[in-house]
Design a protein around this ligand. Sequence first.
Ligand code: SAM
Length: 298
Amino acid sequence: MIRDWQNKFVVPVLHYELKYRGNFLNDAWWNGELVTEDSIFRFPVRCGIPIFTSLPFNENSIKLLEKFDSRGFFANQLKWIEINWKDAYQIIIKKEISLYVQMAKEVAKRNKLILDIASGLGGGFTPLILYFNKEAKILMNDIEPTVVGAWRIFLHEKNIKNTSFAAFDATRIPIKTNSVDIVVSSGDFGNIPMNYIAFHEVYRILRSKGYLFIADGITYLESFKHLPSLIEIIHDISFALNKIGYREFLEKLGFEIELFETTKESTLSPDEGEFPRLAWKYKVKIKYCGVYIIARKP
Ligand SMILES: C[S@@+](CC[C@H](N)C(=O)[O-])C[C@H]1O[C@@H](n2cnc3c(N)ncnc32)[C@H](O)[C@@H]1O
């Protein structure tokens, strides 16, 4: 966790101040914990990564905290990261999705504090941003600590030093209000249950004149016509915004939309998530289109 991010963390939802207690590697956090002044709230920091997501009471959680520095522990995740990293670079070489690449380039050149939400094993926008600026001060996030743990090892081996990592739930971001310059997300908001809360949190943590860059998908309403209505209800509890495409909701939150572009129609294959898998049981393939958004907090 590089210096620029170190004073940004607070207790999720409560936003109490947190102080780091632990050792450093050069200027960066290494092993320790983040604690409130009264020592009631404590979050472990392993290999510089603060963990804010609750861990199950089992041996795997103990192993995770013990083995955060072990390459072998993250072998499976590293295999996928390697493949996805190569794929991301193919996108640049082939210029397949040029607006996507342009967005990453634009973020990279601004040299600001960037939060990549729900990076996943694909890394979200991060691989492309790092292609254009190896020094970019990105904080990669995922709710799953093994995802960010594996990315740390991968980027460390690539000698990329400025990227930081944190495990937290995007619907309860443990970051101070008005403190981040840019939030990016690629294919993520569509996968975060209750993503409207995550958007609300993103608006809160962005500083005035800060930017949100999104590459995601909008589900077509017609897909639901062929599904039992209870599936649509289950979908809407968590993902209501995916059907209407974020724009109006972002404006309602206060964002100014600077760019909104959709791409051609496509379908989700059943192996791309629980929802398309369930839909496929009713012989329905979910149709969607890609959407690119650049939004500014006034
Ligand atoms: C489809 S993947 C993200 C795609 C990714 N950006 C990529 O480039 O491949 C979804 C990721 O979101 C993470 N996730 C789901 N809910 C989340 C939440 N509430 N907060 C943070 N991450 C979340 C999952 O752990 C998973 O790694």
